[in-house]
Design a protein around this ligand. Structure first.
Ligand code: CU
Length: 120
């Protein structure tokens, strides 16, 4: 009686734990979350500044801004970072997002080619 129960339980347990480990593997190291949103900007120098405000920061996996689409893709550790903080960092180096506006003083310090048309 007991033996037949184990035969049923063990395969079920292994199946579940395999599913769980697959799930973890997909999320890669430290289970990073991904955010995608628009960042206003113009050129390759903007790209360096925008990405540079995030890459290497604690809690950030990788940031990649596309100058054609103006979309940024950021992977981050949700225990240390969130979308609001990410947008605040970007605004801190002079770039607007839909919810965070850079200070006029920071924006006006950007090189001329980087002074993008600001959203209303
Ligand atoms: Cu630029």
């Amino acid at each position: 009686m007991k033996k037949s129960m184990l035969k049923l339980v063990i395969p079920a347990f292994l199946g579940v734990s395999m599913l769980m480990s697959c799930g973890n593997a997909q999320e890669s190291s430290d289970s990073l979350t991904k955010a995608e949103f628009k960042v206003y900007g113009n050129c390759g120098m903007c790209e360096k500044t925008i990405e540079g405000s995030l890459n290497g920061e604690d809690g950030i996996g990788n940031a990649d801004w596309d100058r054609e689409t103006k979309m940024i893709s950021v992977s981050y550790n949700p225990e240390k970072m969130n979308e609001d903080k990410i947008k605040a960092k970007i605004a801190g180096v002079g770039y607007d997002t839909d919810s965070h506006r850079a200070d006029e003083s920071v924006y006006s310090e950007l090189p001329g080619c980087c002074q993008y048309d600001r959203p209303e």
